[in-house]
Structure formats: structure tokens, C-alpha cells
Design a protein around this ligand. Structure first.
Ligand code: FCB
Length: 419
């Protein structure tokens, strides 16, 4: 059944398809704690950043987290497994960690939550970083080796795989902006890493399907989680217009197009947060790819606590544009960090309306996964940004369900957003 939106003078409601997936996401490094074999672990210390430390202690407390997700009527949950735990040394796999992740996945299924499992969410084993990380030509083969081992072990209980989380965010932060390890600022290296990520995905896609076939398992669905942004020129100056167009192509579309050429997507995972106001400081090659308007007074839009514009219309427009790919779309992240929980609920509602509108206009959307289930470690920004439906007290690790989460819980319960 397609979505339906209904409008009366006093009541507006938005109906979502039956079998829609509803849930929230986390990633291993951001919630588990003590991922000491990961490149980020070393880098946080070297770069003098707030350390991830015990994070949310979800490595131990995951059952509590999933109980809460169930209480909130979720029927799906996105999480990642940590490569550096499973393969702490090249070619040496830890059965104990694989078993841990099997327990985690079974804990989801016992609670009626569909596991959506990400294989790479920004962090790498230390040993890979020492060998040049994703610049190394061997990186796709190393990744494949890990994927084969992990998927072979977990496949019986997983239908949805995400090979790589936000490859272009990774390339931008680590190899263009120089903000994340290995803090490079090189177009040449960015290109090499992008090519390796494309190749890693394609290899993983084929291997995963191969394993399901060989084991005679029901079919699985493999994709990436693609971060997309709504790029808008800050002023109508032709340079800004051109840069917006270019960034849309390079950042939003190129990676997906390359994967489509190899028929290596079963659905398209979409992460959407914000709009980016493009304003060139000068006409230079690098400027075309990185410059944004820094005058906060320019935009009248509300912002999250990190200063990102709130722009639900952008999600609607991008969903409509992505219809052309003729694949189901799955929103794998959408969320807000804020101290104001009313704003969080407003954000969720407005984005759900945008999704509903796209569904009514014929876009095939499979589900909506909020980022994040619980407050967590927001990379180089540390623990200050609060993205969670559930708050975390970092002294006691106590979880507290926020009011916005309770309101959101009504949507999966009724299949309807009403106001
Ligand atoms: C996304 C990341 C996720 C989290 C959110 C806020 O880009 O995938 O790990 O940091 O942003």
C-alpha cells in the first residue's frame, strides 16, 4: 500500500505504507566503548580530542538499549560491527568477537527488531592505518577478506547489509578537509581513496550475494549508506551556482552512479541531515569543492546545536530526484543534535512529512531510521552533541527516554503521523 496523506480542516494525518521499517541507528565506535584496536583510538589522543573512552558502554549494555527500542515500537535497528575488534591483526580473526556480534544480532531479533548491519562506519583497524589506510591499493582486498569472514558468520540472521557508511563524508573529512584521521588535504589522495571504496563495495556486494547463494539462504539486500545534502547557492552569483551544481554531482551522485554501473545496489541507503549554502571565497579548484557560507545571519533557517541548517524540504526534493534510479530508497539516518527536545520532535515530524509527501508522489521508500537511538560519541566533536532519542548520563551510563522518542513511538504504532 502506498502512503496516503489526508487533510481536514482540523486534523492532518500522514499514513505510511504497511511493512515500513521504523527504527534508529548507532555505530560501533560511537557507542560500544574501548575500541582500542581502531585507528580513531590512537588519533583522538594524538590530536588532543575528547577521547571516546567507554563511550556509552553499549558493548555491555546493548540489551538494555534494545529493550528501550522495543518499548518505543521500533521494528528495525541499524548498527555496525567493528572491523578492528574482529580482525585485530591482519588475517587473524577473533571468534570471541564474532560470537559477541552474533549475540547482539540475536538480541535484536528476539525483540522483533530487523537488524541492518553496517560493515564499515568510518573506523579502521590500526594495522590498516599503518599500511596507508584506504590509500593502499590492497585496502579493498583486505576489506573483502574481513567481509567474507563476518558475513559468513552472521548471514543466517541478517537480511540487510550496508557495506560502507557515507563514503563521501569519509573522503571529505579524512582526505579533503583534513579533519579526521589521517588528516590529509589532497585531491590526488581523495581520488585514490574514493576509487578504492568503490572497488571495496563492489567486491563486498558480490561476495555477500555469493555467500547467501552458496548457503541457500533467502535473498539479502546490500547497499551503502549515502549521505546526501541539499546544495544551494548562497547568492545567485554564477560562481556559487556552478559550485552548487558541481558539488551536487560530485558529492551526491557520482559514487552512486559508479556503483549502479556495476549493478551493485539492491536499494539505496540515504542519510540526510541538512542543506549546505555554497559560497565561493575565490575562484579556485579547492574552493569549488569546499567553500560554504560562513555568515550565520544569512540563513533564516533554524539550526541544530552544531549549526547545521534544518531543511526538511531538501529531503523531499532529493527523494523525488532519486526516484530516477528505480531502486527502493531506505532512510538510514536522519536526525538532530539539540538541547531542545521540542525542536527534536519538530525536526522528526517535518522530515516525516517530507518522506510521506515523496511516498504519496510515487517514491518507493522502505523505512525511516533516526540517528541516533542513544546520545553518543560524535567523532571529532566529542560527547557534547546530543542526537539521541534516548539521553545518556556519561557518569552513570543511565539511559533516559526523551519525550520526542515517546511521540515518535506513536508513528510506528499507528502507521500514521497526525497533528
Ligand atoms: C553521520 C554519521 C554518524 C553520525 C551522524 C551525526 O554523518 O554517519 O556516524 O556522526 O552523522
Amino acid at each position: 500500500m502506498r502512503g496516503l496523506s489526508f487533510n481536514e480542516e482540523t486534523l492532518t494525518w500522514y499514513r505510511f505504507p504497511n511493512n515500513f521499517f521504523w527504527g534508529a541507528a548507532t555505530s560501533a565506535y560511537q557507542v560500544e566503548g574501548n575500541n582500542s584496536n581502531s585507528d580513531w583510538w590512537e588519533w583522538e589522543k594524538r590530536a588532543g580530542k575528547e577521547p571516546s573512552g567507554a563511550a556509552c558502554r553499549s558493548y555491555e549494555l546493548y540489551k538494555q538499549d534494545f529493550d528501550l527500542a522495543k518499548e518505543l515500537n521500533h521494528n528495525a535497528h541499524r548498527l555496525s560491527i567493528e572491523w578492528s575488534r574482529i580482525e585485530p591483526q591482519p588475517g587473524q580473526f577473533s571468534l570471541k568477537e564474532l560470537e559477541h556480534y552474533k549475540d547482539v544480532i540475536l538480541a535484536l531479533k528476539e525483540r522483533g527488531l530487523e537488524p541492518i548491519v553496517t560493515l564499515h562506519h568510518f573506523t579502521n583497524p590500526k594495522w590498516l592505518a599503518r599500511e596507508g589506510g584506504w590509500q593502499n591499493k590492497k585496502a579493498p582486498a583486505y576489506f573483502l577478506n574481513f567481509v567474507q569472514k563476518a558475513v559468513d558468520f552472521l548471514c543466517a540472521d541478517v537480511r540487510f547489509w550496508v557495506t560502507i557508511n557515507e563514503p563521501m563524508v569519509y573522503v571529505y573529512h579524512a582526505y579533503i578537509l583534513g579533519q579526521w584521521p589521517p588528516q590529509e588535504r589532497s585531491a590526488r589522495k581523495a581520488k585514490a581513496v574514493t576509487d578504492n571504496l568503490v572497488s571495496a563495495h563492489i567486491k563486498a556486494y558480490r561476495a555477500i550475494h555469493g555467500i547467501y547463494k552458496q548457503r541457500n539462504l533467502q535473498n539479502c539486500f546490500v547497499s551503502i549508506a549515502k549521505n546526501i545534502q541539499f546544495f544551494a547557492p548562497c547568492t545567485s552569483n554564477p560562481g556559487n551556482k556552478f559550485a552548487s551544481w558541481l558539488r551536487d554531482r560530485y558529492y551526491n551522485l557520482d559514487f552512486i552512479r559508479r556503483l549502479l554501473r556495476y549493478k551493485s545496489l539492491d536499494y539505496i541507503g540515504i542519510n540526510y541531515y541538512s542543506r549546505s549554502a555554497v559560497e565561493l571565497k575565490k575562484l579556485g579548484f579547492r574552493n569549488l569543492f569546499v567553500d560554504v557560507c560562513e555568515n550565520k545571519g544569512h540563513s533564516k533557517l533554524r539550526k541544530n546545536s552544531l549549526g547545521w541548517d534544518i531543511y526538511p524540504q531538501g529531503l523531499y526534493e532529493l527523494l523525488i530526484r532519486f526516484k530516477r534510479f528505480n531502486l527502493p530508497l531506505f532512510i538510514l539516518e536522519n536526525g538532530i543534535c539539540t538541547e531542545d527536545d521540542n525542536l527534536r520532535w519538530d525536526f522528526i515530524q517535518e522530515h516525516l512529512k517530507a518522506v510521506n509527501r515523496a511516498i504519496v508522489e510515487g517514491v518507493n521508500v522502505m523505512g525511516y531510521i533516526y540517528w541516533s537511538l542513544i546520545d553518543n560519541f560524535e567523532w571529532d566533536k566529542g560527547f557534547r552533541p546530543r542526537f539521541g532519542l534516548i539521553g545518556v548520563d556519561y557518569n552513570t551510563y543511565k539511559r533516559t527516554i526523551r519525550e520526542s522518542a515517546r511521540k515518535f513511538a506513536q508513528v510506528p504504532k499507528t502507521g500514521t503521523l497526525s497533528e
